[in-house]
Design a binder for this molecule. Structure first.
Ligand code: ATR
Length: 278
C-alpha cells in the first residue's frame, strides 16, 4: 500500500516538507509519497476536492489556509478548535480530522535539545503574538511553567492570547521596552515574529544586554539559520536554539498522527541544517 500525503498552501514551491516526509517515510520503512498541492484561494475548493477523490491519507496545511481549511473538516481536535487553526489533517475512514501540531512540535524540539529546561520554575518570554505565537503559547502554558509572558508591538493583539493560557500558567503582556529591562528573569526567550527573516537579516526585535548566560534564546525563523538575535545571544554568552528543529518536530507529530509511528528524528536536525546552509 502506498501512503498518500501532501501539503496545501500558497506559495509552497520552496517548502522543506517533501524532503522531511520523504525521510520519515524511509525511516518508517513504508512506501509513500508527499506531494505539493499548490493553489491560490480561488483554486482551494478544487484542490480539496481532488484530495478527497484521491483518498489522501493525510496532509499538512500552511499559509494562507490554516484557518479557512476548518470549513472543510468533519472533526477538530480540541487544541485546534481552541486555536482556530489547523496544520495537519488526518483521513480517518473517509472523515477529515484537523490538528495543530506547531506548538507541541516546538515544545518537543526544545525538550530534545534542553531536556530539563521546561519545569515549574521556568520563566518564558514569547516575542510576537501572531499565528505561530498562539500555538507555541498554548503548548508552553500546558507544561505548567512558572510564567509565560508575551511581548508584542501591538499590546492588544498579545492580550488576545491570554485566554488560551488561563488555568495553566501565569502570564503577562509586556512592551518590548519592559521585556528588555526585565530580560534577566527569563530562562527561555522565543522569537516568533518574521523580524530577522530573509531578506531582512539585519533586523532584531529586542536588545539582549540584560540577558543571563544560562538563558536559551530560540528563534523560529530558520532562513537564515543564524538570525541576528541568535548571533547576538551568542555574543552575550547565552545558549541558542535554531528554528528548523520546530519544523522537523511538528512534522514528526503530523507523521505520528497519519501512521501511528513515532520516529526518532533527532539525527535529521543536523541534516536539515546542512540542507538549509546549502
Ligand atoms: P505568523 O502567523 O507567522 O505568526 P502574523 O500573524 O502576521 O504571522 O504575526 C506576525 C507577528 O510579528 C506579530 O506579532 C507582529 O506584531 P504586531 O502584532 O504588532 O503586528 C510581529 N511583527 C511583524 N513585523 C514586525 C516588526 N517590524 N516589528 C515588530 N513586530 C513585528
Amino acid at each position: 500500500m502506498t501512503l498518500k500525503l501532501g501539503l496545501i498552501g500558497h506559495p509552497i514551491s520552496h517548502s522543506l516538507s517533501p524532503w522531511i516526509h520523504a525521510k520519515f517515510i524511509d525511516l518508517a520503512g513504508l512506501n509513500g509519497e508527499y506531494k505539493l498541492y499548490e493553489g491560490n484561494p480561488n483554486q482551494l475548493p478544487d484542490v480539496l476536492t481532488q484530495l478527497k477523490q484521491n483518498k489522501i491519507d493525510g496532509f499538512n496545511v500552511t499559509i494562507p489556509y490554516k484557518q479557512v481549511v476548518l470549513d472543510y473538516l468533519d472533526e477538530l481536535d480540541s487544541d485546534a478548535e481552541i486555536l482556530g487553526a489547523v496544520n495537519t489533517v488526518v483521513n480517518q475512514h473517509g472523515k477529515w480530522k484537523g490538528y495543530s501540531t506547531d506548538g507541541e512540535g516546538y515544545v518537543r524540539s526544545i525538550i530534545e535539545s534542553f531536556p530539563s529546561l521546561l519545569n515549574k520554575d521556568t520563566s518564558v518570554l514569547i516575542l510576537g503574538a501572531g499565528g505561530a505565537a498562539r500555538g507555541i503559547y498554548r503548548a508552553l502554558v500546558q507544561k505548567r511553567l512558572k510564567r509565560v509572558d508575551i511581548a508584542n508591538r501591538t499590546l492588544d493583539k498579545a492580550k488576545e492570547l491570554l485566554p488560551l493560557g488561563k488555568d495553566f500558567t501565569p502570564s503577562e503582556v509586556l512592551t518590548f521596552h519592559t521585556a528588555e529591562k526585565n530580560l534577566s528573569q527569563y530562562d527561555l526567550i522565543v522569537q516568533t515574529t518574521s523580524v530577522g527573516m530573509k531578506p531582512k537579516v539585519q533586523e532584531q526585535i529586542i536588545q539582549l544586554d540584560n540577558i543571563r548566560k544560562d538563558t536559551v534564546v530560540s528563534d523560529i525563523v530558520y532562513q537564515p539559520i543564524m538570525t541576528k538575535i541568535l548571533q547576538d545571544a551568542k555574543v552575550h554568552g547565552a545558549r541558542i536554539h535554531h528554528g528548523h528543529a520546530m519544523l522537523l518536530y511538528q512534522g514528526q507529530l503530523a507523521f505520528e498522527k497519519w501512521t501511528g509511528k513515532k520516529l526518532d528524528v533527532s539525527h535529521l536536525v543536523d541534516e536539515l541544517e546542512d540542507k538549509l546552509r546549502g
